[in-house]
Design a protein around this ligand. Structure first.
Ligand SMILES: [Zn+2]
Length: 97
């Protein structure tokens, strides 16, 4: 056990790891803050993929040497698909004759 002084609140706490810098209370408070920020800044969507499809996507990106998170991949995919649909179906009543 290590005696560590929390760099956030200054309280001394016990830890089995020497590299901890903040106490459990401050860690929980920070996680809560991060979660609050995430919930206010982003909408969350749960997507079900066929078994193995996630690994296929990762392998595909890796094969093309593209460094991209799954989150980025899906955001880009949604944008690209919306543009495709818009070009196919959108703006139909303003087309010139
Ligand atoms: Zn603390």
């Amino acid at each position: 056990m290590y005696k560590i002084v929390c760099k956030k609140c200054g309280k001394e706490f016990d830890s089995s790891r020497a590299n901890r810098t903040t106490c459990d209370d401050c860690k929980v408070a920070r996680n809560q803050m991060n979660m609050n920020f995430r919930n206010s800044a982003y909408d969350r969507v749960e997507v079900y993929l066929q078994k193995g499809q996630k690994e296929e996507i990762k392998a595909f990106l890796s094969e093309l040497d593209i460094s991209m998170s799954m989150n980025e991949f899906f955001r880009n995919a949604v944008t690209a698909y919306m543009e495709k649909l818009y070009n196919e179906h959108g703006n139909s009543d303003t087309t010139e004759e």
